[in-house]
Design a protein around this ligand. Sequence first.
Ligand code: F6R
Length: 243
Amino acid sequence: MRVYCASDYYHASRAAANIISAQVIMKPDCVLGLATGSTPIGAYEQLIRWYEKGDLDFSRVHSINLDEYRGLSPENDQSYRYFMNTHLFDSINIDKKNTFVPNGMEEDKEKACRDYDEIIRAHGGIDLQILGLGQNGHIGFNEPGGVFAKGTHCVQLTESTISANARFFASIDEVPKEAYTMGIKSIMQAKKIVVIVSGEGKREIVKRAFTGPITPQVPASVLQLHSDVILVGDEAALEDFPR
Ligand code: F6R
């Protein structure tokens, strides 16, 4: 694993955006695995700036997002589809038909998961996967548990995730309790993975995930087994991390 420690969030975001740009330039028809949450927003903003300058072309890029709340429609401003449209897709020349987010409105859980795995398979997997890190070690919505779930599945969100995400909703009761998420196997099959971490609140979990035992109790710890992971963070998140 390579570690890139930047002085602050802005510079960590620029570094992550540089890696994504390099991927798009080297392989214009690449498949990007994208994440939501607050951490990648800075990288997406930087990509938009470079696109506006004429330095990047997303017209042949495909994207596959990690997860979506079950029960939220794309028009709901808390859905991850809405997040991706407003934070990235609406501001670059990606063809929305080439962007994929699990269908939160599909009530049949098995069908929703099967369909999404088929989308990932039909694209030949992911070239570059962007990940944030949950404070409980989750990646996507793969929550701590007894096993590493392989394919797309429906999860019951943990109390810790529900309260961490409550900041985006009017009240904690409005946070959906279930989500569809890409599985660990699909994430691990990505050719390259960039994990972005920022802030003191992630310091402890970064250390546990990347230097502690590999266990489904800390889902991100499985990334220690991937051969091409770059951990990009700011000093606040990486202060205690051996480099
Ligand atoms: C979002 C996702 C989550 C977040 C994680 C960190 O698509 O998959 O795993 O990456 O919850 O969220 P932030 O960046 O808000 O700390």
